[in-house]
Design a protein around this ligand. Structure first.
Ligand code: TUI
Length: 309
């Protein structure tokens, strides 16, 4: 069976989530230097800003890194071409179907790994020559699908013959062992990296994640069709209220991205949108990315060694 670290030329079978407005070139380089696959999150950026982050990342690491193209970005078409020009070798996508870009990317021998939230999209991606898929469960932070990691990963694994990477609900060795058991060859990590030393979010955002209990998250935007998991606060309640009043999808999207910046940059934990997954309740300490990776990997090996039935 393919191993994710060998497939991507990295130390650990870990890739970083796209994390719009958070995953800068500098952060992606830190993830790559710690032995995972760092990704620059294109969500919330424009094309030239993304280009700048790609160049910054190249200057900070000689390890593999990539770009996460958030497909709801209004400049997604331009960005899809620009990353080819910049010689980016690995791309993950989220929040949509990247079929129209696949031929271009594969012509340039890029490794393409779309995020899927259902096995039907996973099959389409396999037909479009995706190298692997990320099966992202609803436990994740940010934009989510309906299915849980527990149900999605095995069904996607049965549906396709390309490798499957799990995402959503993994922050310790037990959960990592579980997703390997479900058929994944690696994991995408987001929430547990929010509380890394290197993560550039405001300290108040990190504190809110560290303080969160297991039921601290809520999904906004289900009615509008853009479900987003965030920590419960005044903003979450306001959003749900506007939604019930029938606000337009575009208005809600602008509201979400604007409020994400308020959380990330200003540390506004009341009216900011603090995207985080359901593992937030398990995170109690700030650690370096290298420590997070080593603990996850060693913890998983330990759990697998002690499994019994
Ligand atoms: O994309 C994410 N997570 C994100 S994107 C984001 S930024 C944002 N900004 C404003 C509003 C909403 C989000 C924050 N977090 N994860 C990957 C992901 N993709 N999760 C679910 C999906 C997905 C869902 C449906 C992918 C494809 C899909 O269907 C597409 C189709 O056409 O079948």
């Amino acid at each position: 069976m393919t191993r994710l670290n060998e497939m991507l030329g990295i130390k650990y079978p870990f890739i970083q989530g796209g994390m719009a407005n958070i995953a800068t070139g500098e952060f992606a380089a830190a993830v790559s230097n710690a032995g995972g696959l760092g990704l620059i999150g294109a969500g919330g950026m424009d094309t030239e800003t993304l280009r700048g982050h790609i160049r910054t990342c190249k200057g900070l690491t000689d390890k593999p890194f990539g770009v996460n193209l958030m497909l709801m970005n209004p400049e997604a078409d331009k960005m899809a071409e620009m990353i080819v020009e910049e010689g980016v070798k690995i791309v993950t996508t989220g929040a949509g179907n990247p079929a129209k870009y696949m031929a271009l990317w594969k012509e340039h021998n890029m490794t393409v790994i779309p995020v899927v939230a259902s096995s039907i999209l996973a099959k389409k991606m396999e037909q479009c020559k995706a190298d692997a898929v990320i099966a992202e469960g609803t436990e994740s932070g940010g934009h989510v699908g309906e299915m849980t990691t527990m149900t999605l990963v095995p069904q996607v694994s049965d549906a396709v013959s390309i490798p499957v990477i799990a995402a959503g609900g993994v922050a310790d060795g037990r959960q990592l062992a579980a997703v390997f058991a479900l058929g994944a060859i690696g994991v995408q990590l987001g929430t547990c990296l929010l509380v890394s030393k290197e993560c550039p979010i405001h300290e108040a955002y990190k504190e809110a994640v560290l303080k969160a209990k297991d039921n601290a998250t809520i999904v906004t935007g289900r009615i509008a069709g853009t479900p987003v998991r965030i920590l419960k606060n005044q903003m979450a309640r306001e959003y749900v209220k506007r939604e019930k009043e029938g606000a337009e999808l575009m208005e809600l999207e602008k509201y979400t991205l604007g409020s994400l910046r308020r959380a990330v940059v200003d540390g506004d934990t009341k009216t900011g949108s603090l995207m985080a997954g359901q593992v937030a309740g398990q995170l109690h300490e700030i650690k370096s990315i290298a420590e997070i990776f080593a603990e996850l990997y060693d913890g998983c090996a330990d759990v697998i060694g002690k499994l019994s039935m």
